[in-house]
Write a protein that binds this ligand. Structure first.
Ligand code: FPP
Length: 288
């Protein structure tokens, strides 16, 4: 999420992205499924709604409205190919500093979208979760959101994790405070603190780390998103604005991910030797 309409990345974002035919999309989907190495968890920084609208001489809110269609499309597409978790950066802690009318419009849009989409999400077996300080959301939006979390809590399909009023630095500070409290209460000692323990104190304790992070609109920034969790994520930046980012663009990003070699600090030869055979390459770990 950027804080203005200027792009400093050197990439010139496209107002209209490549058009994909239905058969091209099907072909991409087949390629992805044949490859097998699906990203288990995808996290997306949805950016460029304002610029999408500005390029059309429309109010910023029109970009957010169109962005909801992209959310719907991408959620469906992720579920369709068997991605297990999708985290969407829908509203950052810093976004509270936007003009009051825009914050209010975004909150209303979020409430309306959850209301309109909930039955459909439930039918698709999607489980809605949240990260961030959602207690700061307006009461009516929060109520709608908690209703969606509750209604879908037993669903076993895609986990749709909405980052709302989210700041990775605050998440880390919250974790540090809670760990310090637990040390004070003698639950464990300072020497027991390690990466695994720390991870359990984050909002994402019950999710695996993102395999793939996508940022739209050509900005090369992380913007206080999942700072701890993306240590080894693959990053995919596209100059397509979020309202233009649809199923085909998600599939394209996944194809790109599948062509990469994730080394986690090792050398290629080690990675090749450890590679599981195609049939058992899918992760099977259950998500709590
Ligand atoms: C970034 O574009 C986008 C946002 C701040 C909000 C994203 C919200 C939605 C897509 C709609 C509601 C979400 C859900 C999950 C239903 P920007 O405004 O920063 O664009 P700009 O950088 O071009 O100004």
């Amino acid at each position: 999420m950027s804080h203005g309409n200027h792009n400093h990345s050197g990439v010139s974002p496209k107002s209209v992205s490549k058009k994909w035919s239905a058969s091209e999309i099907e072909k991409l989907k087949t390629e992805i499924l044949e490859h097998g190495n699906l990203p288990y968890h995808i996290a997306i920084i949805m950016d460029g709604n304002g610029r999408w609208a500005q390029q059309r001489g429309l109010p910023r809110v029109a970009g957010h409205n169109e962005g909801v269609k992209s959310v719907r499309d991408v959620v469906e597409a992720a579920g369709e190919i068997g991605v297990k978790a999708l985290t969407l950066y829908a509203f950052s802690q810093e976004n509270w500093k936007r003009p009051t009318w825009e914050v209010s419009a975004l909150m209303k849009l979020l409430m309306r979208t959850i209301h309109n989409e909930l039955n459909n999400l439930h039918k698709q077996n999607v489980r809605v979760k949240t990260i961030g300080h959602i207690e700061l959301l307006p009461a009516d939006t929060l109520k709608q959101l908690l209703g969606a979390v509750e209604k879908t809590k037993h669903n076993t399909g895609l986990i749709l994790n909405l980052a709302l009023s989210y700041s990775a630095r605050i998440e880390i500070i919250d974790a540090v405070k809670n760990i310090a409290r637990d040390v004070q209460h003698h639950k464990f000692s300072v020497d027991d603190i390690n990466e695994m323990l720390f991870t359990k104190y984050l909002n994402t304790a019950d999710l695996p780390e993102p395999d793939l992070v996508i940022r739209t609109s050509g900005e090369f920034r992380v913007s206080n998103f999942l700072l701890w969790q993306i240590a080894y994520s693959e990053i995919y930046i596209t100059d397509t604005f979020w309202p233009d980012f649809r199923k085909a663009h998600l599939f394209d990003a996944i194809r790109d991910y599948q062509k990469r070699e994730r080394r986690f600090g090792k050398v290629s030869e080690q990675v090749a030797a450890e590679k599981p055979k195609k049939a058992d390459s899918k992760k099977t770990a259950a998500v709590k």
